[in-house]
Design a protein around this ligand. Sequence first.
Ligand code: DQA
Length: 148
Amino acid sequence: MSRLVHVLNGPNLNLLGKRQPQIYGSETLADVEAACRTLAGELKLELRFDQSNREYELIDWIHAARETAAAIVINPGAFTHTSIAILDALNAFDGIVIECHISNVHKRESFRHHSYVSLRADGVIAGFGTQGYALSLRRVAHLLDAKG
Ligand code: DQA
């Protein structure tokens, strides 16, 4: 059985470390990817890690994951709050879906309180900083181990 996890990052996350560090911290997305790769090795997960500012590219990766991945960890950025298209794509994926936000979206503007992606996500994490990615991978590994 596949143990491939595709970690997807949406718009503006390429600026992690530079963009509003008081909210998102000073680690870069490359730092997050490196930490995820180390942990994935420990958890015996295979990892793909991508970022795009384009909605269609995220959707195409979700479609590709249908054939290959056991799980998707997604930080959809602002598409969280707007994209029915990403929700529809995730609804066509049969594996585990974890929604991961660096900031605590519930403590922020009210337009960040609603997530289309949460209608599909098996778990949601928010406000744990970039540690949320590691916690998401741990949850995926736990669920895959439980499936056997
Ligand atoms: C975010 C929260 C979103 O509201 C925001 O648009 C982002 C990042 C987070 O990781 O906290 O771009 O998904």
